[in-house]
Design a protein around this ligand. Structure first.
Ligand SMILES: [Mg+2]
Length: 232
């Protein structure tokens, strides 16, 4: 069936995954905490703060960048091989949790994605997660996107991760849509920053873990609590 011509504000919408399409944020936070807390205890430091530490230093970034930035915030500068080992142990916990608990997509997000596609708007997933494809499949929404740029591809293509704009620009290039005709949807401060840095037409913040005012201060044009609010 030919797609109807879209005359709206944008021709494509680029979605972050964790916290935007799927409820995997709590799983990630929990795995980070399990990874960091024993280290912090050894150093006599306060445990990983699931709100502040996660939002300011880890959320939305490539895995090793998150490890490096968080530990630096606690005054620890570790050799790169140690950063990688810490990141990899977190990844192993994520894989166990995904296999054990499964993944749910947010119903409001799925409704809006399906409506966009029915209107001829192209959709992509842009995630720092190396598990993005596995998560999309587990949530039953891997058929709803024209392109996926995940953490593995960011590394393979030598792109800078969020808060740099590279991964979103790569997705819009794959869809054949200019940034000025595409929207970015993000729940992380790093992702909102990336959307603005890429000069996308619209940056939509989803206020799940971060306050509405913080997403707005980071540059989100529009902030919602749930993407179902945007569904017609
Ligand atoms: Mg996210």
């Amino acid at each position: 069936m030919p797609r109807r011509r879209n005359r709206g504000l944008v021709d494509a919408v680029l979605f972050d995954l964790d916290g935007v399409l799927t409820s995997t944020t709590a799983l990630h936070i929990d795995c980070w905490k399990q990874t960091f807390d024993p280290l912090l205890a050894q150093w006599g430091q306060a445990p990983f703060d699931v709100d502040r530490d996660y939002a300011e230093h880890v959320d939305g970034k490539p895995r090793y960048d998150g490890v490096r930035d968080f530990l630096r915030s606690r005054g620890a500068v570790l050799p790169e091989e140690r950063i990688v080992a810490i990141g990899d142990s977190k990844q192993a916990l994520v894989e166990q949790a995904l296999a054990r608990d499964g993944v749910e997509a947010f119903p409001g997000s799925v409704t809006w994605v399906r409506q966009l596609r029915a209107r001829g708007i192209r959709t992509a997933v842009v995630s720092s997660s190396a598990n993005a494809r596995q998560v999309l499949r587990a949530a039953g929404i891997d058929d709803a996107f024209d392109a996926v740029v995940d953490g593995g591809e960011v590394t393979r293509l030598g792109l800078r991760g969020k808060p740099a704009q590279d991964s979103f620009l790569e997705a819009s290039r794959r869809l054949g849509v200019r940034a000025s005709r595409a929207a970015v949807v993000e729940d992380a401060l790093a992702g909102v920053t990336a959307g603005r840095a890429g000069r996308f037409r619209l940056v939509i913040g989803v206020a799940r873990n971060v306050a509405r005012s913080e997403l707005r201060d980071a540059g989100a044009h529009v902030v919602v609590d749930d993407l179902g609010e945007l569904a017609a």
